[in-house]
Design a protein around this ligand. Structure first.
Ligand SMILES: NC(=O)c1ccc[n+]([C@@H]2O[C@H](COP(=O)([O-])OP(=O)(O)OC[C@H]3O[C@@H](n4cnc5c(N)ncnc54)[C@H](O)[C@@H]3O)[C@@H](O)[C@H]2O)c1
Length: 501
């Protein structure tokens, strides 16, 4: 059952995989003998919605019994009906996802009755987006015609798993992949077929969850912690993979937090010039952020994430049950990335975070969806992707200045967010975000850390330009984060000194 806003291309996408797919707008027009626009004008919206509900419910039954190749696309407003929303609970619902700007460009010159005024369009978009996300089993980007076809085999796998797990389809210039999110899915979602898999985890995760995947061709274990996100660890892993007989026909599963994901991802991208990686993130940081988008790498003593590569995963399986064994301090660390992502996304996600809602599958999905939308636009950090570094520039410098030992990554990001919000200059947001981070148990400052060491570490930031400036990401308001700001050195110093005092 395809749902989505007007202009998301539901009918075209449906026909691309089932030429005779049903379409509720077509069924309505056939039954009422006029175009949707004419029915709206002639009978008014309330009357149209009544007919839409009746015809949609009948259409769902027809599609479920195989008509239209088992596929039906629903009118943009069909989910306004409680009865339709109830009925959809028994079907596999795919949300064709696009942002309001893209959709407005597509429909503003059409005759659609609800696309006459941009403000009204935006208000309707916000209202309906919530309903689509609540109903969706799968979220698939609506920007390209062939996307639904590419995602279809995984949508069938999702349907076979039954209700519960969600599928998010990730797109980037160098490849597409399924992201699975849900409870108890790690042993159930099959690894991509046709390969043998070697699992890399750290000592903690291996002890708790190492047996979950079976059979696998090898299980390799690294020391836990950021101090081991090094080339030395990679070299050991490359040798162990060779000893285990791993070939280019095989793949690696990263079972662990962001450290395991970054290290195993880099090892996979370089072992025999690159073999596939499946990310199975087990921390909140990894489930809401690091497992997606293909950035892999290790630290140098002098700078964070200095050696690495882009290597998109073959799949991500984010099982929220892993969070049950995660120590509270690590959950808190993950909240820093949740808050950062909420500031980037704004809208519904920020509202939920600001209201103090607990992390659940829907919040993990919302964070992953936000990150993937950014990566889809700019996989290689040439522009927009830099917003994902909000709070990270000073955060990374604090990690480096303290030898990666004093703060968890998420804790350093929390402090970095406070500095970045200070530089952004919006006092209310600085205070509100500080309260949210503190409520999660995160530090807002790094007292005793030498500000001079942090400022030196900033000079090694990967984003530093030839002229020596380090561009910053700033936040105007939730949903309005922009990159590439050159800040006077004195202001940067003041922000660093404030968080180090
Ligand atoms: N590649 C990216 O895009 C990206 C994005 C954000 C962060 N990162 C990186 O991620 C790293 C931080 O990740 P992290 O916070 O997950 O740290 P981590 O991987 O070190 O995990 C934190 C701790 O939790 C333990 N652990 C993991 N899963 C567990 C579970 N389910 N139960 C109990 N214990 C568990 C680990 O053994 C470790 O001790 C940093 O190196 C950061 O640079 C990368």
């Amino acid at each position: 059952m395809l749902v989505g806003f007007m202009g998301s291309g539901k009918s075209t996408a449906a026909r691309s995989i089932a030429p005779d797919a049903l379409d509720t707008d077509v069924l309505i027009e056939a039954q009422l003998g006029a175009s949707v626009e004419a029915i709206f004008r002639r009978d008014g919206e309330a009357s149209f919605r009544e007919a839409e509900e009746r015809i949609t419910l009948a259409g769902l039954d027809q599609a479920a019994s195989g008509a239209g190749g088992g596929l039906i696309s629903l009118g943009g407003g069909a989910l306004g009906s409680q009865r339709v929303r109830e009925a959809l609970k028994h079907h596999t619902v795919v949300f064709l996802d696009a942002d309001a700007d893209t959709l407005w460009k597509r429909v503003s010159r059409s005759k659609r009755p609800l696309a006459a005024d941009r403000d009204a369009f935006d208000a309707l978009f916000i209202e309906r987006e919530e309903a689509y996300l609540a109903a969706a089993d799968a979220v698939v980007p609506a920007l390209r015609r062939d996307t639904l076809g590419s995602a279809l085999p995984d949508i069938h796998r999702l349907a076979a798993l039954g209700k519960g797990p969600k599928l998010l389809w990730a797109e980037s210039d160098s490849g597409n992949y399924p992201v699975w999110i849900g409870s108890g899915i790690a042993g159930r979602v099959p690894l991509p077929v046709g390969r043998r898999w070697a699992v890399i985890s750290d000592g903690n995760v291996a002890g708790l969850h190492g047996d979950l995947l079976d059979p696998v061709m090898a299980r390799l274990v690294i020391e836990p912690g950021e101090q081991h996100k090094t080339l030395t660890t990679c070299e050991r892993l490359w040798s162990e993979l060779a000893d285990a007989g791993v070939t280019r026909d095989d793949g690696i599963v990263a079972l662990g937090g962001g450290v395991v994901g970054d290290v195993a991802g880099f090892v996979a991208s370089s072992f025999q010039r690159g073999i596939p990686i499946v990310q199975i993130p087990t921390t909140l940081v990894a489930q809401v952020d690091s497992a997606y988008g293909g950035k892999t790498g290790v630290d140098l003593p002098s700078a964070k994430n200095y050696v690495g590569s882009y290597h998109q995963p073959a799949a991500v399986i984010a099982d929220v049950d892993f969070l049950e064994t995660l120590p509270a301090v690590e959950v808190a660390a993950g909240m820093a990335e949740v808050v950062k992502t909420g500031l980037i996304a704004g809208g519904l996600l920020w509202e939920r975070i600001a209201a103090g809602n607990a992390v659940d599958d829907a919040m993990v999905l919302a964070c992953a969806r936000t990150k993937l939308a950014v990566v889809r636009e700019d996989e290689r950090d040439g522009g927009r992707r830099q917003v994902l570094n909000f709070g990270h520039t000073i955060g990374h410098a604090i990690e480096t200045a303290t030898d990666y030992r004093q703060f968890r990554h998420g804790e350093a990001v929390s402090i970095g967010l406070m500095a970045a919000l200070r530089l952004s200059g919006h006092a209310d947001l600085h205070v509100q975000t500080g309260q949210l981070l503190a409520a999660a148990g995160l530090p807002l400052s790094a007292p005793g850390v030498d500000a001079e060491l942090v400022i030196n570490a900033l000079q090694s930031d990967k984003k530093r330009k030839g002229d020596g400036t380090v561009p910053f990401v700033l936040c105007e308001a939730p949903g309005m984060v922009s990159h590439g700001h050159v800040i006077p050195a004195s202001a940067v110093r003041a922000a660093v000194e404030e968080v180090c005092s």
